[in-house]
Design a protein around this ligand. Sequence first.
Ligand SMILES: NC(=O)c1ccc[n+]([C@@H]2O[C@H](COP(=O)([O-])OP(=O)(O)OC[C@H]3O[C@@H](n4cnc5c(N)ncnc54)[C@H](O)[C@@H]3O)[C@@H](O)[C@H]2O)c1
Length: 349
Amino acid sequence: MNAPADMGVVVVGAGDMGARHAMHWQAAGARVVAVIDRDLERAAACATPLGAEHGADLAPYLTDPDVHVVSVCTPTFLHALFTVPALQAGKHVLCEKPAALTLEDARAMRAAAETSGRELRIGFMRRFDPAYEPLMSFAKRIGRPVLAQVTITAGVRPKRLMHDAMANGGPIIDMCCHIFTQWREMFGTQPETVSARGYTFSDGKPEVAKIAQRALDSALITLEYGDGSVGQIQVSWGLPSGIDPVERHSYVGPDGLVIVDWPRRVTLRDAGGITRWASSGVDPWREEIAAFHRELTEGAERRVATIEDGIEALITSLAALRSVRERRPVSLDEVTTAPGGSRESVERA
Ligand SMILES: NC(=O)c1ccc[n+]([C@@H]2O[C@H](COP(=O)([O-])OP(=O)(O)OC[C@H]3O[C@@H](n4cnc5c(N)ncnc54)[C@H](O)[C@@H]3O)[C@@H](O)[C@H]2O)c1
């Protein structure tokens, strides 16, 4: 049965993502019932302007029949902790990306969704970024195989959790999941093998000195696909702080070339000449949440990423981390059949 248009939503985690979710749920026509954060001041700052309650405990809202959705915006290692009980209580869940830090957690989230029959979506909001559609359609025009390269660099991230192997997992999990899920769609399949080298360029930088289990912050990751396509990601969050983030992609195929200055510009060069696309400035989180609202209230076609998408991206990240650790190419089967996908798999190599 469809949820009512003014369905109740509880947002867990009142940081940057939680504030966005709360604002966009309200804009989509839902009613933000409460914002939950262990930091009550943050929860209040997010909830009060929306006329919502705030608190530190999700549990009371899970028995409230007027709450239909829980939006999980906590650090990644806590995603399953809030997602599983919310699903078990019969709520739909929109969980920020990446799905989880471990396969164990991600599979528990999937199992809870299957058992409850409720919807579980993962916030791969780039699907709603205006650059996404031109990128995917230009990429179809360059033939196969494709030689893909992505460079993502930034200074040491201001949030400690982004460098913590036990919190958000570092960029191989936290950032590269966006590219892994995009390439899953672009190539129509998961890679056969993943090879990676990993580094901590942040060594000696005071901002991260107190993190007990610092994640790899830099890597070169090579993905090989069955049709001969190869993708390479050069990623670093370990440059001196203050250096502006850069994200550039290039895709070379027998029939052309696509160059991306994410998320602003996408250019195709092929036999037809040069086709350029430039951003229209849409907020992808707003679009994503509006799309999920339509799915739940009108039965609209599913566009928001599933937990399966989240699991596939996580498997690729875990394969890259294992490749760094073992200094050899890793097939995805080796990750999916590993016992439990245990937490040690994300520790610094
Ligand atoms: N879609 C994207 O591109 C994107 C961008 C940034 C972050 N994210 C993801 O969103 C999630 C949150 O990131 P963020 O940048 O908003 O982080 P943040 O640090 O700004 O906010 C996290 C909030 O969670 C709260 N929190 C921590 N432990 C809690 C607990 N036990 N109970 C309740 N609240 C708790 C913190 O107090 C904080 O307010 C992460 O999984 C991150 O990977 C996604």
